[in-house]
Design a protein around this ligand. Structure first.
Ligand code: X2W
Length: 294
């Protein structure tokens, strides 16, 4: 059965096209399109979607991803579910405890984590399908993990190995792989994996042309709450980390991006933006959100 995109989806995509043509010349857009089309499908883009984006910005996310498929590109999507987990765990009477930004996960918490990850994954896949896009739900079989430190974090995983087979199969079918950040030990124990960490492991293996983190804030914010255009870590890292206004979440994000870029070729960069500006980020010289370089 073919599910036709709704008028709303078509309108949103037309808005994206209008937005693009108002910000960049057709020549600029087609340059990028040509470059991306020449890449091996798995090398185009890894897009990490934070749970806050799934909660607050699903329509823009769906339209932006469906738009990419309309122009023949298939991004690899990996999502988190942080805010949804906070809510569902609290509803289940399980308190929140984090160490170094990671959720301490008991067996009771893991049952909720699994349920919520599955539900959020399906929610995104179904939204994409309703928007006329092909998408494949992948909730297992990608991340082989070990316990990060069982005494400290409980059932939290550190990725040891990435199996690309389910992702490749999805890409070959022209379907967007939508991956949840759950890991599994060699012995079959499911573990909770931080979605930024999982995205980083995917990126290290695939070395995609574009690495995009979609967040609720649309980029890294300065002390006035304004999105910072670009950060050059080689000259600005120390200075940035010494700023009192850099909050905990942002500190972790910058450290993780630095750790990732240190392991990639020097020309690599990471973009942090919002869903509605994904096409602008990909198809214009100016880009959108915050561009982080090494
Ligand atoms: C994360 C997984 C979800 C996540 C957690 O339990 O919150 C650990 O902390 P966001 O929305 O991308 O933050 N796992 C071990 O990372 O989601």
């Amino acid at each position: 059965m073919t599910i036709l995109p709704s008028d709303h989806d078509i309108q949103t995509r037309q808005t994206i096209v209008r937005l693009l043509s108002s910000m960049a010349s057709a020549k600029e857009i087609s340059q990028y399109l040509k470059r991306f089309s020449q890449l091996d499908a798995a090398r185009f883009a890894v897009v990490k979607v934070g749970g806050a984006v799934l909660r607050d910005d699903l329509d823009a996310l769906t339209s932006s991803l469906a738009f990419l498929q309309d122009v023949g590109l298939t991004p690899i999507v990996l999502h988190g579910a942080g805010p949804q987990l906070d809510e569902e765990l609290s509803a289940a009477g399980i308190g929140k405890q984090t160490v170094n930004g990671l959720r301490v996960t008991s067996p009771a918490a893991l049952a909720v984590v699994r349920r919520v990850f599955h539900a959020q994954n399906l929610r995104l896949v179904e939204a994409l399908q309703r928007g006329g896009a092909r998408a494949t739900s992948i909730v297992s079989g990608v991340f082989e993990a070990d316990y990060l430190d069982r005494d400290v974090y409980g059932l939290v995983g550190e990725v040891r190995k990435v199996d690309l087979a389910p992702i490749q199969a999805s890409l070959q079918a022209g379907s967007i792989p939508v991956i949840a950040s759950l890991g599994e030990t060699a012995g079959g124990q499911i573990l909770n994996v931080n979605a930024d960490f999982a995205a980083n492991e995917l990126v290290k293996i695939l070395q995609p042309y574009k690495i995009v983190f979609l967040t609720g804030t649309g980029g890294l914010l300065d002390d006035d709450g304004k999105v910072i255009d670009s950060i050059n870590l080689s000259t600005e890292y120390q200075h940035l980390m010494a700023q009192p206004w850099i909050n905990g979440g942002m500190r972790v994000k910058i450290e993780q991006v630095k750790d990732l870029l240190d392991k990639l070729p020097p020309s690599s960069s990471v973009s942090i933006t919002r869903p509605a500006e994904l096409a602008k980020e990909l198809f214009t010289h100016k880009g959108s959100g915050t561009l982080v370089r090494r």
